[in-house]
Design a protein around this ligand. Structure first.
Ligand code: HAM
Length: 412
């Protein structure tokens, strides 16, 4: 038997939940003025080397990179921001005016160790707000994130914010971190030992070495005046909007493009993989990709984790597969059943027997498929135009013309 690849999932019985969540997210993003962007699943490897950063775990260890038949190095996208910004530069979208606001939903690929809530093919819903350097853009982005979660009825999530400074103030902070961690090097986990030289900020969000991070220098004490003002304005806007948040200096994010504001939304009940949304400001990415400076901010939400969170809150909407199962009493009525199904499928979810079943087993099949109603189509019904409609929840039967059938099923 050929099985699915480790770290990937088939979405079979839950596809309707995905569709429901995606529609809600799409709706929120559109109502906040974002339009959909669909970029390719694979890109030139260089995009992520430059965009996400050569020293990040993603680029060092997690990319699905291969050479295509033309000898080009291509990579399955591990995230959505670099591709969106590549498109922004490639099509000179700045000429359409700023800000530009995009959202996306789709699969991403990272070669990570699979566990609950961590996959190798996972899905993100994300937004990118391109072109504003102001804290109000950060807050707008955070609002879209929170309203998206509220739209699916999720509670119990926590917003954490931090600033990672800018190219002016970050170097002195990195120096301070190096000083702090130097005497501890022998005790750090193997990942942190390599990160010490490559990506010192990531020592702060290591789960194994979290104790050391607690007493590490705090980035907020190292911010330059401009970054400080930005962070203060961000907090004051969040306060004015009554958005609850916690300032958490351990939020540093795993991608190199961030500047100033970073944030995560955690869902603590999920355990180890509890970040359901991650995002922040990335003011230098467009320049990095060859465009002119275009400060931007965005986030991405992990769909698998969000659906797990919904399940813990038992917030999945109940879903009936079929509104009306149309039963043919005899083979002579099969064509009539199809005719009725064709018409009613315009307004209801219908089902019919396609296996040549007898009446009794058509009824059984209807209950198995959770049909709310069954419509019986026999010789008499076809002649009189009055059909027997059975409500499956309590067995109530009525005889109605077709338009009344539709009304009854729709209104209940
Ligand atoms: P990220 O933090 O790498 O950020 O991913 C965002 C979210 O995707 C995470 O919080 C998590 O919910 C989900 N996620 C990440 N990796 C996995 C995985 N292996 N399995 C399941 N879910 C996962 C980014 O990707 C940035 N592009 C976000 C962004 C957009 N920043 C600015 N704009």
């Amino acid at each position: 038997m050929i099985k699915r690849i480790k770290g990937t999932n088939d979405i079979i019985e839950n596809a309707y939940i995905w569709e429901w969540v995606e529609n809600k997210f799409r709706n929120v993003a559109e109502h906040f003025g974002f339009s959909e962007i669909r970029t390719p699943i694979f890109e030139a490897t260089e995009l992520f080397d430059r965009g996400v950063g050569k020293e990040t775990d993603i680029v060092q260890k997690e990319m699905y990179t291969f050479e295509d038949k033309g000898g080009r190095s291509v990579t399955l996208r591990p995230e959505g921001t670099a591709p969106v910004m590549r498109a922004f530069v490639e099509y000179n979208l700045a000429s359409k005016g700023l800000p530009q606001k995009f959202f996306y939903i789709g699969p991403m690929f990272r070669y990570e160790r699979p566990q609950a809530g961590r996959l190798r093919q996972f899905h993100q819903y994300g937004i990118e707000l391109i072109g504003s350097s102001l804290p109000i853009a950060d807050v707008y982005t955070i609002l879209v994130a929170i309203e998206s979660l509220k739209a699916i009825g999720l509670e119990n999530f926590k917003l954490k914010i931090n600033s990672t400074g800018c190219e002016k103030c970050r170097p002195s902070y990195k120096e301070a971190l190096k000083e702090y961690y130097k005497p501890l090097l022998d005790e750090l986990c193997s990942d942190c030992k390599t990160r010490y030289n490559r990506n010192i900020l990531r020592l702060l969000d290591c789960k194994r070495d979290a104790e050391y991070a607690k007493s590490a220098p705090n980035i907020l004490d190292y911010l330059c005046d401009d970054c400080k003002v930005h962070f203060e304005e961000l907090k004051s806007l969040l306060d004015k909007l009554n958005v609850e948040y916690e300032v958490d200096p351990s939020i540093v994010r795993g991608l190199d493009y961030y500047t100033r504001t970073v944030f995560e939304i955690k869902y603590p009940l999920l355990g180890a993989q509890d970040a359901i949304i991650g995002g922040g400001r990335y003011d230098n990415l467009v320049e990095e990709l060859g465009g002119t400076s275009t400060p931007s901010v965005g986030f991405a939400a992990g769909m698998e984790r969000i659906i797990l969170a919904l399940k813990t809150e038992e917030k999945i909407p109940s879903f009936q597969d079929v509104d009306l199962y149309i039963v043919a009493v005899g083979d002579d009525q099969r064509a009539d059943v199809l005719k009725i199904a064709k018409e009613l499928s315009k307004v209801l979810r219908v089902d019919v027997d396609l296996m040549g079943r007898k009446v009794k087993s058509q009824f059984k099949n209807a209950s198995k498929g959770n049909a709310r109603y069954v419509l019986v189509v026999g010789e008499d019904e076809v002649r009189s135009g009055l059909y027997t409609l059975k409500r499956m929840s309590d067995g109530t039967q009525m005889r109605l013309p077709i338009d009344e059938v539709v009304k009854t099923v729709k209104d209940s």
